[in-house]
Design a protein around this ligand. Structure first.
Ligand code: PEP
Length: 257
C-alpha cells in the first residue's frame, strides 16, 4: 500500500517572514484525515525558518527544496549543494521541474546527475517529467514521457529508486487552470509504473510513488487521488493558500463512505 504524498511547490513566492506566517497558520488549522505524507517546498531563503517552525511545533510536515546542484562544493556561484540542503534538515528535493527545464535549460542528463547526487546525500528526489501541449497534440506524449523517464533514471540503482517520487506534470496543465482528465493522468502514471517494472522489477513498480501535478485544486483532488495509479500531487498555486492546501490534503477518499 503506497502512502499518499501531497507536496506543495511554492515556487518563487514568499519571503522568509511570509513563510513563517504561512506555517503558523498551517499549524493552527492543520488536519490530515487521510494520513498523507505532506511536504512543503519553500524557496531556499525560507528553508531554515520553515524548518524551525516545523520542529518547534512538532508539525508532521516534511521539508523539501525546489532545486539543487549536483556538485558538493566549489566555484559554482549562486548554486546550492545537496549537502547544504541536508544540513538544513531538508528531506525532499524537487528535480527537473518543467520551469527549470524551460527557463534554465535543464536537460534529462542534468536531471539524472542531480537525482544521483540527491541519493548520494540521502535526500529524496521528487523527479518531474511531462510533455508540452504540442507533443500531447501530436499523439506522442507517452513515447516522450517514457524517453524522459529512461534518460533521467540513468545511474539510479534498485536500492535508491524506491525512495524516488516521480511527478508526472504535463506542462500545459501547470499554472494554467487546465487539468489533465483523471483518466489521462492515470493512464500516464500507469505507463510510468509499467516502464519502472520493465527497467527494474514488479516489486519496485508497486512501491514507487507517482504524483500528478498541474492545476490541482480542492475541487479536483478527490477524483485524481481515487485513481488507481496516482499516489499524490505536486501542488503549485493552491499550496500558497493555507485553506486550499489543507482541503487538498484532506481530499475525499472513496473508501471513506
Ligand atoms: C507545479 O508547480 O508543479 C504545479 C503543478 O503548479 P500548479 O499547481 O500551479 O499548476
Amino acid at each position: 500500500m503506497r502512502k499518499p504524498f501531497i507536496a506543495g511547490n511554492w515556487k518563487m513566492n514568499m519571503t522568509h517572514l511570509e513563510a513563517v506566517n504561512f506555517m503558523q497558520d498551517l499549524e493552527y488549522k492543520y488536519k490530515n484525515k487521510n494520513n498523507c505524507e505532506v511536504a512543503v517546498c519553500p524557496p531556499a531563503t525560507a528553508l531554515k525558518s520553515v524548518k524551525t517552525i516545523i520542529d518547534s511545533d512538532n508539525l508532521e510536515v516534511k521539508l523539501g527544496a525546489q532545486n539543487m546542484y549536483y556538485e558538493s562544493r566549489g566555484a559554482f556561484t549562486g548554486e546550492i549543494s545537496p549537502e547544504m540542503l541536508k544540513a538544513l534538515g531538508v528531506e525532499y528535493v524537487i528535480i527537473g521541474h518543467s520551469e527549470r527545464r524551460q527557463y534554465f535549460g535543464e536537460t534529462n542528463k542534468g536531471v539524472s546527475r542531480k537525482v544521483n547526487a540527491a541519493f548520494n546525500t540521502d535526500l529524496k528526489p521528487i523527479m518531474c517529467i511531462g510533455e508540452s501541449l504540442k507533443i500531447r497534440e501530436s499523439g506522442k506524449a507517452e513515447e516522450f514521457v517514457m524517453d524522459q523517464l529512461k534518460e533521467c533514471l540513468v545511474g539510479i540503482d534498485e536500492e535508491d529508486i524506491v525512495d524516488l517520487t516521480i511527478a508526472y506534470e504535463p506542462i500545459w496543465a501547470i499554472g494554467t487552470g487546465r487539468t489533465a482528465t483523471s483518466e489521462d493522468a492515470n493512464d500516464m502514471c500507469l505507463a510510468i509504473r509499467r516502464k519502472i517494472e520493465e527497467i527494474y522489477n514488479k516489486k519496485i513498480s508497486e512501491i514507487i510513488r507517482i504524483q500528478y501535478g498541474g492545476s490541482v485544486k480542492p475541487f479536483n483532488i478527490s477524483e485524481l487521488m481515487n485513481m488507481s495509479d496516482i499516489d499524490g500531487a505536486l501542488v503549485g498555486g493552491a499550496s500558497l493558500e493555507v485553506d486550499d492546501f489543507i482541503a487538498i490534503i484532506n481530499y475525499q477518499d472513496s473508501s471513506d463512505t
